[in-house]
Design a protein around this ligand. Structure first.
Ligand SMILES: C[S@@+](CC[C@H](N)C(=O)[O-])C[C@H]1O[C@@H](n2cnc3c(N)ncnc32)[C@H](O)[C@@H]1O
Length: 259
């Protein structure tokens, strides 16, 4: 008997094997043929296939690039969940994202922001930060977005203003440290929602999950989805909403099963 809401780690990994092999071959072929970094290829494709200023067409172009050309490790079909959370805060929402890659999730969220809203996205890769910025400009959300380059912890340490939404989608082993840092530095507003991608069985156990689920000041739910563009492989996100102040003490001592 287990309280883990996810499917089996072993079965999921076995199911993912053919896909992983195909992607490995595509990756090696791209390296051997001197293809540009995948981010550059995605940007060139989006410029060719999307309508400037129209975020939906940029996202659709990226989806098609990932299906027909090269794998993109973006949030893919889980994007609507992020968008629902952002819409819940309204157009002035403030969002911080760890992991920009090509700007897919950033564009999906930023398209719901108005002039008072802001999305800050952090990536350690200069190529990822530059391409994401250019992709956001292509989508027409450049004014509401900022792409900062550096290690997540280093950049977070320079931020001052608190956020409504925190999207963790970078190095999986850093989720816990960076979430702690965000809370310790007061970068999370009351009612903040943390969304952690890739906590499904394919990725094994992430210490962030039991840590967050055990907190008395957050309510956490595992939302089952799939690895981007692979409907046969389970992945999931952990959505954790901070309770209004005062409610935490009412729940003190309460623990998620298995936490
Ligand atoms: C899964 S991709 C992000 C996908 C993006 N959020 C989306 O859904 O469109 C992960 C990104 O995290 C970045 N990354 C890895 N380790 C990092 C770190 N320590 N700090 C900041 N970014 C990091 C990688 O360079 C990569 O671009």
């Amino acid at each position: 008997m287990t309280d883990d809401p996810r499917g089996s780690v072993l079965a999921t990994r076995l199911r993912a094997l053919p896909w992983a092999m195909t992607e490995l071959v595509r990756f090696v072929t791209a390296r051997l043929t001197g293809a540009p970094p995948v981010q550059e290829g995605a940007l060139a494709w989006a410029r060719e296939h999307a309508r400037p200023g129209d975020p939906a067409t940029v996202l659709a172009a990226l989806d098609r690039f990932a299906a027909e050309r090269r794998f993109l490790m973006n949030v893919g079909e889980k994007a609507p969940l992020l968008e629902d959370v952002v819409r819940g805060f309204g157009p002035s929402a403030r969002i911080v994202e760890l992991g920009s890659f090509v700007g897919y999730s950033a564009i999906a969220m930023a398209r719901h922001l108005g002039p008072g809203g802001r999305l800050v996205s952090i990536d350690v890769s200069p190529t990822a930060s530059r391409v994401s910025r250019q992709m956001a400009e292509l989508a027409g959300v450049g004014e509401r977005t900022e792409f900062l380059c550096g290690k997540s912890g280093d950049v977070l340490a320079t931020l001052r203003e608190p956020f409504d939404v925190v999207f963790l989608d970078h190095w999986k082993g850093l989720y816990l440290d960076d979430a702690r840092l965000i809370l310790e530095r007061g970068l999370a507003r009351d009612g903040v929602v943390f969304i952690a991608d890739n906590v499904g069985p394919l990725f094994g156990d992430n210490p962030y999950v039991p840590w967050m689920r055990a907190r008395d000041d957050f309510d956490s739910t595992y939302v089952r989805g799939h690895v981007e563009y692979r409907p046969e492989i389970e992945d999931g996100v952990l959505v954790s909403r901070r309770r209004p102040r005062g409610a935490a003490t009412e729940h003190a001592g309460a623990r998620e099963p298995g936490a």
